[in-house]
Design a protein around this ligand. Structure first.
Ligand code: DLL
Length: 441
């Protein structure tokens, strides 16, 4: 068949009969439990729930007997408490961005890398890309999963991969022009930024061959998608994932661009009410909970993603049977995502409170500057420092807070020192975050 060579298509998995998928999920869940039971963390946690053998779970409904896992659990088990295989079998680790002290670390053995790669490749192909594409991966490499995750997946599809990484905008469009890039991967804010720089520098649209972009790692709205598509004359596909569950390739939109297929042969998905923790009926909006079905080095059971979404109830016209999730509406915790980097307000608090000249009150302000996010921390300082009116002392303090905070959260913040008692004091629960970014999701 012509065109066959260009395909990365596994209908036996992507169009699998739902009954067969259920049987596969149950068998895989048992295998996953077997692995989990070998870890220090789950060995204990599952025993408390009366599960001491994989066969204690008899049907997919029994999933509800398994306790949830949280980010806190992952940190508490740091570094190796969740490892289900010998360390000599582990090939790679990734760690979540912007965490103080204990990072959330994920380990992969050879099979895990292969299955993750296959999921990303499957996702990429479902958007209409194939091996004839030239792919520029404009996202952070390193401990962040976005870089290597997409890199391996795109190679698996057979695309020509340019590991450009993020940043250095003028160089990005030079690369696009030089190599004829047809697909890029970036955060939506970086895509907007690249586009505005291209206009500023007079780069002509017909000097680049871009057709598609994968955009994710941070929330954005349908309007933002449309805007990028119109400005750059490309198709933008929403891409969702979290490092605890591999990273990118958990769910991605297909050519229909109407919801992200969540690969159910790799993850068992539930949507729960974040308050009652009870599973919600199909199609209702709640928190996504995921269980890995084919991860060996580090199985994760009923992970509370904190991401708010819902399943589409109708099948996708593309024919893939894996259910689609809606654009992420928000989170059920206070995590902020600033230019793709995850930050908890508690991390900022830890740093500010650790600096003795800093006062008791602070305010985190997030806003848009151009198309990128800008993080400012307003910090109260003792009246004495202000009274001394010594610019050098204030500058040194500002720089100290900035540097310490940047080390902790990996984002470069702007620090504004303000006088004691000048920030709003709320009665009851303190409001530490002022997120001024437009919310039009
Ligand atoms: O952001 C993995 C990733 C890389 C996804 C590249 C897509 C592309 P983390 O740093 O662990 O992993 O952050 C995960 O980011 O729980 C969501 O809150 C948010 N997030 C990721 N993708 C989207 C998206 C990567 N498309 C956290 N829409 C998740 C909204 C997203 N939020």
């Amino acid at each position: 068949m012509s065109g066959m060579n260009f395909q990365y298509w596994h209908p036996e998995k992507e169009k699998i009969d739902r009954a067969k998928l259920g049987a596969w999920q149950l068998a895989s869940l048992k295998k996953t439990l077997g692995g989990a039971l070998r870890t220090d963390f789950y060995g204990r946690r599952l025993a408390e729930a009366g599960i001491v053998d994989a066969e204690d779970v008899k049907s997919l409904d029994d999933l509800r007997r398994i306790p949830f896992t949280t980010k806190h659990d992952l940190r508490a088990a740091f570094p190796y408490g969740m490892l289900a295989v010998g360390k000599d079998e582990v090939l790679r680790l990734h760690a979540s961005s912007g965490t103080t002290g204990v990072p959330t670390t994920i380990y992969f053995n050879r099979n895990d890398i292969a299955s993750w790669t296959a999921l990303v490749a499957r996702s990429i192909f479902s958007t209409g890309c194939d091996r004839r594409d030239v792919f520029q991966n404009m996202i952070t490499y390193g401990l962040f999963t976005g870089g290597l995750g997409f890199h391996y997946g795109a190679e698996e599809v057979g695309m020509l991969v340019i590991p450009s990484g993020s940043g250095n905008t003028p160089r990005q469009f030079r690369i696009m022009q030089d190599y004829g890039t047809t697909v890029v991967h970036a955060t939506p804010s970086f895509l907007l930024h690249v586009e505005s720089r291209m206009r500023e520098e007079g780069v002509r649209r017909d000097s680049i061959r871009l057709k598609r972009a994968f955009a994710g790692a941070e929330p954005y709205s349908e309007d933002t998608r449309r805007r990028i598509e119109e400005l750059l004359h490309i198709d933008v596909f929403n891409s969702y994932g979290l490092s605890e569950l591999n990273g990118p390739g958990d769910a991605l939109e297909c050519q229909c661009k109407n919801g992200m297929h969540l690969w159910e042969d790799a993850f068992l998905a539930e949507v729960i009410d974040p308050d009652t923790l009870e599973p919600l009926p199909e199609g209702e909006t709640g928190e996504l909970v995921l269980t890995t079905l084919c991860r060996e080095a580090m199985p994760v059971l009923r992970y509370r993603t904190r991401d708010i979404t819902a399943f589409y109830t109708e099948p996708c016209p593309c024919g893939r049977v894996h259910r689609r999730i809606r654009r992420i509406k928000g989170r059920s915790d206070d995590m902020l995502i600033v230019n793709g980097v995850n930050i908890f307000p508690s991390q900022v608090e830890e740093v500010v409170m650790g600096i003795k000249e800093a006062g008791n009150n602070y305010l985190i302000v997030v806003e848009k500057e151009g198309f990128m996010d800008r993080l400012t921390v307003k910090t109260e300082v003792g009246a004495k420092i202000f009274k001394d009116d010594d610019a050098r002392v204030l500058n040194a303090l500002r720089e100290n807070i900035r540097r310490t905070l940047q080390t902790a959260i990996t984002v470069n913040p702007r620090i504004e020192l303000v006088e004691s008692n000048s920030l709003p004091v709320s009665e009851g629960k303190a409001k530490r975050v002022l997120d001024k970014r437009p919310k039009d999701v």
